[in-house]
Ligand binder design. Structure first.
Ligand SMILES: [Zn+2]
Length: 474
């Protein structure tokens, strides 16, 4: 978006309305070529460009400065009151599955009585004690203290999720379906659950909310398949592919061309995207104490592995400390994003960005898995054998540098490079006139995201410059 964040929603709706008005008179094949710089009178090209913008740019068009937490007015930034979790109903016991073993293809409808297979005699008894399910494991005390203060671990309760009870010390695959498809063709998406033997918080991991962002699928698989429920305190819930229809089509969007990550917490009576968002939020997200929503860059842009977090929210700021040596970009987030809705519901939530869309990138995946493993350790959920010191994250404010000319972008800098104000980051070459236009850095800082070399139009967000920031209260 060309607009600052607080007006984004209004701007977007205005943009959409304006576009609907101008569309009939437009010829898409004829770029007008004159890009107005005025913010109040965007041209047709600019309007199209805005519609094509992605969350990575508009999420942190320019992050508002960090506030001093002590002087900040007691506004929405204050940690929200944790709402009580939905009361679970009596459920069937989910089969205990070793997630490392190859699974049979899932059936469209989960079997009604799945407990006969793997469950031992002891576990089957729990089926008769369904009233205990009224106390979900996640409501047990959350161990946040350092390891040294750790007391004797409390045994976990059953985790009640998606009409199933996952017994302590077991892992399983459940299925979530938003019930928006034709019933006979309904395709549920897998939900991996590991319920530790000891009580602790519930960490949720979501991937592929944008159907073309693939690194998160593998980050979740590698993180979860290595968890031993016998050594876990708390539970981990992973949904590797939230936007299954988008994933199948290689598309960022839902079948109705909406961006799912603009519709949380959703509504049961709204648009398709609202309904899917509502179903995910009510059935799964509300059961989480912590959420990491995994994304990648979009529109041929790549991101240094980084967290997006509202550092003005002290609870969220504290949460970011657990992620190992990862860049943290301060961003208040916009309305409708999963992390924003989750924070508003009292869940500690961040977005994890890693790499590019449409690709599986080993380095980015490794960085994601490492940071999630570090987080689980910091939260007292696992203990790692080897820890290399106690690396701290680096905090950034950030702004995008945009191309002022159309042409072919050739970068001179690499992702992660330190740059100084005025430095040439790359060139736009006009292939017809042979003119070359340098793009200068607007700040001293680090390249935390950038476009890969490609044809761009004026206004295209090309380089995301992070400037190191102090965290309030330190
Ligand atoms: Zn995304």
């Amino acid at each position: 978006m060309l607009f600052y964040r607080p007006q984004a929603l209004t701007a977007r709706s205005i943009t959409l309305c304006t576009l609907l008005l101008v569309l009939p008179s437009m010829t898409l094949a004829e770029p007008s070529g004159n890009i107005s710089k005025g913010k109040t009178q965007p041209t047709q090209d600019a309007l199209l460009a805005q519609l094509a913008e992605d969350e990575n740019v508009e999420d942190v068009e320019r992050s508002e400065p960090l506030q001093d937490a002590h002087n900040a007015p007691p506004s929405e930034d204050a940690p929200p009151v944790k709402k009580t979790k939905p009361k679970p109903k009596p459920k069937t016991v989910a089969p205990n599955i070793d997630l490392k073993e190859v699974a049979p293809a899932p059936t469209p409808e989960p079997p009604k009585n799945p407990a006969s297979g793997d469950s031992s005699g002891d576990e089957v008894q729990v089926v008769d004690k369904t009233p205990e399910g009224d106390v979900p494991a996640a409501e047990a005390p959350v161990p946040q203290a350092s390891q040294s203060e750790a007391k004797e671990p409390l045994p976990a309760n059953n985790l009640v999720l998606l009409d199933s009870e996952v017994l302590p010390g077991t892992s399983t695959r459940l299925a979530w379906s938003s019930n928006i498809q034709i019933a006979g063709l309904s395709q549920p998406t897998p939900v991996l659950v590991v319920n530790g033997v000891n009580a602790g918080p519930t960490l949720c991991l979501t991937g592929t909310i944008h159907g073309d962002e693939l690194n998160g699928i593998e980050i979740i698989r590698q993180t979860m398949y290595d968890l031993d429920p016998e050594k876990l305190s708390g539970s981990v819930v992973g949904i590797p592919i939230v936007n299954l229809p988008g994933f199948q089509q290689g598309s960022r969007y839902l079948p109705d061309r909406r961006d799912l990550n603009r519709h949380f917490p959703g509504s049961p009576n709204g648009s398709l995207a609202d309904r899917i968002a509502h179903s995910l939020f009510e059935n799964i997200i509300r059961h989480c104490d912590m959420l990491v929503d995994i994304h990648t860059g979009s529109l041929k842009r790549t991101n240094l592995p980084q967290l997006r977090a509202d550092m003005n929210n002290p609870t969220v700021a504290e949460f970011t400390r657990g992620f190992d040596r990862m860049a943290v970009v301060h961003s208040t987030g916009s309305s409708g994003m999963l992390r924003t809705a989750a924070v508003n519901a009292g869940i500690r939530a961040v977005t994890l960005e890693a790499g590019e869309s449409h690709r599986i990138q080993e380095h980015q995946i490794d960085a994601g898995v490492n940071s999630l493993t570090s987080l689980m350790e910091k939260q007292g959920m696992i203990s790692r054998m080897f820890v290399w010191g106690d690396p701290q994250p680096v905090y950034y404010n950030s702004a995008w540098v945009r191309a002022n000319h159309g042409g072919i972008l050739f970068s001179e800098v690499k992702l992660g490079a330190k740059v100084s104000k005025g430095q040439i980051l790359g060139y736009i070459a006009d292939p017809i006139t042979n003119a070359q236009y340098p793009i200068h850095s607007t700040n001293d800082g680090r390249i935390i995201g950038m476009a890969v070399d490609q044809v761009v139009m004026a206004g295209f967000a090309a380089y995301h410059i992070g400037t190191e920031a102090k965290v309030p209260g330190e």
